[in-house]
Design a protein around this ligand. Sequence first.
Ligand code: NCD
Length: 307
Amino acid sequence: MRHMLNPLDFSVEEIDRLLALATDIEHNPSKYAHVCDGKKLATLFYEPSTRTRLSFESAMLNLGGSVLGFSSADSSSAAKGESVADTIRVISCYADIAAMRHPKEGAALVASQYSRIPVINAGDGGHQHPTQTLTDLLTIRSLTGRLRDMTVGLCGDLKFGRTVHSLINAMVRYPGIRFVLISPDELRVPSYIHEDVLKANHVEFEEVNNLDEAMSKLDILYMTRVQRERFFNEDDYIRLKDSYILDKKKMKLAKKDMFVLHPLPRVNEISTEVDKDPRAAYFKQVQYGVYVRMALIMTLLEVEKPC
Ligand code: NCD
């Protein structure tokens, strides 16, 4: 039985197959409408979410399956003190596959060790968010036609942003990927990403403060929200929250074929005036997230691809 806890749980070839399946789903949705008939997905969300939870639910419903679950720790037995290990043992009796979001790093890993069903990490604290990464990879590949030889700018909260950590982890495996890491000094990537992922893989990267100066080099700009809930002190959050605001003026500095991605939710970091720019891809990205989660559910449940 397989789980999806970290993007590296799948080889580059497996990710290629998954993205190809997601693209086939995009083009032929009706073919897949019943492949998960009778199967159940449990969504175990101990932390707020709109997109990820509903995207998983939509994905399972599109495949003909059904969904059960909870959307906050308060409404689950966690409020009574139940451990993740016990909860997943129980859920294993109710569902065929589970997607879990939890504020603690490693929670999904613990769940997988006690589970009888595949566990998908839907975000564990400031650590990883592999299904957002699959979404990002599918978006980049669909829009640019490639997952290699490009400069990716990651901007905002690179310290606490788990989507950033997962995306770097996944993208260092493709040839010719360069990163420009744009953040205030306090919000740079954690040292395990800096040392064990970027340096260890001899990836070309630079850490800068200034977004304007970086703009013209980028093929992809991945904007992120400053992660208020992971700050220890509100004053720091207030000081840093509007460090970067992407607006029309900044977009003028970018390549004509650069794309802007954002895992959402957006707060202030992308001005709504950018939404109309054809390079703004963050709402398309949401749609790709459904296709890729459909492909992931099918893969983990070992559902045959219909002819
Ligand atoms: C992200 C997350 O939860 O890490 N959201 C999402 O899943 N699309 C990004 C964020 O909350 O800033």
